[in-house]
Design a protein around this ligand. Structure first.
Ligand code: 3HC
Length: 687
């Protein structure tokens, strides 16, 4: 056996096999060195008279997971990926890809260019480029339809999801599947050797196949994709490029694909989506160095919507849950909610009936705090009242183990004050889930003044196990997310008083890309919830219009969907209607406050709302509530429906540029006051 190493690629000769072994941790991305190594391997083994087959395989945890995202934004270097995949396909010696882990993007395109594909049954493949605002750029849109059919390719390329290879077994994508526990390298080598000895191994090029015609109604399909894409360009472009595969040779199809790929790569949407990918990974990297505690048994106090959602999240991630409520009735209602949450997973095909039952078998209910004596972590999720929360924590102090971590799910209250009632405040932290807690990805892990590294590191690791996007934040009213949400809400409410209509505001924000209009959100969550939370804060004298529109709604019994009316009116089926009565209550209040009515352009509404977020986000960073400025964007992408292809408020600020943000904030400060639009440190926007 002869070995030679070219950068991160080993070229191994073994009997009549030439093995191109990629060893580029963590995910074998197609860096320049890897691309060069593959081409060198193909050239070398093809030229050798001894080699009868070439295997492309990977070390570490996965086959190639895509182009090297870190190279995007830098000048492209040869060999370019489309040339690499074409070189593989045109090789005169049969090439076999050996797949495991996740073969994604460029990695899957490499596999599609190979003449054979073998895989572990657990392997997944996918073309997730649309998630980065891109389309496949190395033949994926042209080769995949030739292998799995146009309909399936259209689905895979436009949704960007990962597919288990055994789900695609009817398509001929995989020539040989091996059991999950097989030794893949050995199994691949013996499979190939058998093909060689039986004379069956041939060069079969996907690019030479024609695309099977299909009866897709392209105009209809593209309009559906556009609707689902909600403002994202890449899925629509991907569909159009796949359409070209029907009437073009692979060479021409790849030309169209490349042009579209390069254009998208320069787009603001792709920059935002790639930024989102990077900041999400950065958020998990904290200054905590302590090894987390192992958590198996979790106590949840409160079985209302929040507590049940939290319990569901823990159950679906394999934890034992001890649920506590004051009465048997409240426990029964909580169990009903948990069952409903879990059965919706069954309905959506995310969980089998037996997994549903197994999950339910891990929840234990009690009205006695003593049953928390075996818990590793307890999360309090009762209503927002500091005195009651303090009494819960004092009980917890006496019944839980000394090393049990005590977390509160409070949205606004002072965790330092809550922690003051226990003997060992370092074990108290915040774990702020977002509703519905079994669905929303965001988790704010809150560091109180005395919280220990151990408690925080454990909460971050638990968050990861729950599949949450965990962000470490400090204590202030509303922490990072809700403090910004309050600031955003203030601006929306002020614009209502100044003359923008309820519908205009919601439409302007959703047309811009927000998942929901801010006023429809308030109706959904209950206008009284925020109203009550704000009543704990003194009324700001410098801001007479502060949430007056919301207060007016509450005073008039318009609490939102639950009362059939709020900012909107709702019929019995829950359908929403604009309501003149709500507008007129707001007009009356505005007149009372002496606010001059005026008209708004949608652009101004969006601008002011986003600037409010930018201003508050920068203040939070300056105060050290978030560790890094990009955490603000992670919070808004995952907790508040901020459009991912717009990157987040701070990304938006960076796109505007420091100068323009400064001018706009100055103008707003002049119009209102420095109390509402304080001076913020803008230099961070240059980094
Ligand atoms: N390029 C460079 N680095 C990558 C990468 C890529 N394509 N994919 C992942 N990484 C890095 C991550 O940044 C992270 O680095 P860090 O440890 O320094 O933070 C590390 O690999 C591990 O990633 P994860 O934390 O995400 O690990 P997981 O095990 O949770 O997930 C994964 C692994 C499923 C591969 C996930 O990382 C992923 O989805 N990656 C992106 C895959 C992708 O989008 N591929 C397409 C790229 S575009 C393309 O190929 C264009 C082509 O068509 C021309």
């Amino acid at each position: 056996m002869a070995n030679s190493e070219i950068n991160s690629v080993n070229l191994i000769e073994k009997n009549s096999l030439g093995i191109i072994e990629i060893d580029y941790a963590p995910v074998n991305a197609l860096s320049q060195g890897v691309r060069q190594g593959i081409v060198d391997g193909i050239e070398k083994f093809e030229a050798s008279g001894e080699i009868k087959a070439i295997i492309i395989r990977c070390k570490s945890r996965t086959f190639i997971a895509g182009a090297d995202i870190k190279e995007f934004g830098k000048p492209p270097t040869e060999p370019f990926l489309p040339d690499v995949v074409n070189r593989i396909e045109n090789c005169n010696t049969p090439v076999i890809a050996s797949l495991f882990g996740t073969s994604l993007g460029g990695g899957f395109e490499v596999a599609l260019a190979c003449h054979y594909r073998v895989a572990l049954e657990s392997a997944k493949v996918g073309l997730p480029e649309v998630n980065l605002g891109l389309i496949p750029g190395a033949g994926g849109t042209q080769r995949l339809p030739r292998v799995v059919g146009v309909g399936k390719a259209l689905e895979m390329v436009t949704n960007g999801k990962h597919y288990r290879v055994n789900e695609l077994s009817s398509t001929g994508l995989i020539d040989k599947l091996f059991p999950v526990d097989a030794d893949l390298d050995e199994a691949t080598e013996s499979y190939v050797e058998e093909l060689i000895s039986s004379g069956q191994l041939v060069v079969k090029r996907v690019g030479e196949k024609s695309v099977e015609t299909s009866d897709i109604d392209w105009d209809q399909e593209i309009s559906n994709i556009k609707r689902k894409a909600r403002g994202k360009d890449a899925p629509v472009v991907a569909a159009e490029v796949i359409r070209k595969s029907l009437e073009n040779s692979i060479e021409n199809g790849m030309k169209f694909e490349r042009e579209a790929f390069l254009k998208l790569r320069e787009s603001e949407q792709s920059a935002a989506l790639r930024y989102a990918f990077a900041i999400e990974r950065a958020a998990g990297k904290t200054d905590l160095t302590t090894v987390p505690l192992e958590v198996n048994n979790v106590g949840v106090i409160g079985a209302g919507n929040m507590g049940s959602g939290i319990a569901t999240a823990f159950l679906t991630s394999g934890f034992q849950v001890q649920l506590i409520e004051q009465t048997a009735e409240a426990l029964a209602a909580g169990m009903e909610r948990i069952e409903k949450n879990l059965s919706s997973n069954v309905k959506r095909g995310r969980m089998s009936q037996s997994q549903f039952e197994e999950c339910l078998s891990r929840v234990h209910i009690s009205t006695e705090y003593e049953s928390l004596s075996g818990s590793d972590l307890v999360i309090e999720a009762i209503f927002e009242n500091i005195d009651i929360k303090k009494s819960v924590f004092s009980k917890l102090d006496s019944v839980t183990r000394e090393d049990c971590i005590l977390a509160t799910n409070t949205s606004y209250l002072d965790i330092n004050e809550i922690a003051s009632v226990v003997n060992d405040p370092p074990r108290v932290i915040g774990m702020h889930f977002f509703s519905p807690a079994n669905i929303m990805k965001l988790l704010e892990v809150v560091r109180a003044e005395k919280s220990s590294e151990l408690a925080l590191a454990t909460a971050m690791s638990v968050g990861k196990k729950l599949g949450k996007m965990s962000v470490l934040v400090g204590v202030c009213f509303g922490f990072a997310g809700n403090r910004m949400y309050t600031r955003y809400g203030r601006e929306i409410q002020q614009m209502l008083l100044e003359g923008a209509s309820i519908e205009q505001i919601d439409k302007a924000m959703t047309n811009w890309g927000m998942a929901m209009g801010p006023l429809a959100v308030q109706d959904l969550s209950g206008i009284d919830i925020g109203h009550n939370a704000r009543s704990a804060q003194p009324f700001p004298e410098h801001d007479p219009g502060y949430f007056r529109a919301a207060a007016t709604m509450v005073e008039n019994g318009r609490l939102g969907r639950k009362t059939g009316m709020g900012f909107y009116r709702y019929d019995e089926e829950g359908k929403k209607y604009a309501d003149e009565a709500a507008e007129s209550l707001i007009r009356t209040k505005a007149t009372e406050l002496g606010i001059q009515l005026r008209t708004f352009e949608d652009e101004e509404i969006v601008d002011r709302a986003i600037l409010a977020l930018i201003s508050e986000g920068l203040a939070l960073f300056k105060e050290g509530i978030v560790q890094r400025i990009s955490d603000i964007d992670v919070i808004w992408l995952h907790g508040y429906g901020f459009p991912r292809h717009k990157g987040g408020p701070i990304f938006q600020a960076k796109q505007m540029g420091k100068l323009l943000v400064e001018q706009k904030l100055d103008a707003l400060r002049d119009k209102e006051s420095a109390r509402i639009w304080p001076q913020v440190e803008l230099s961070i926007l240059n980094s």
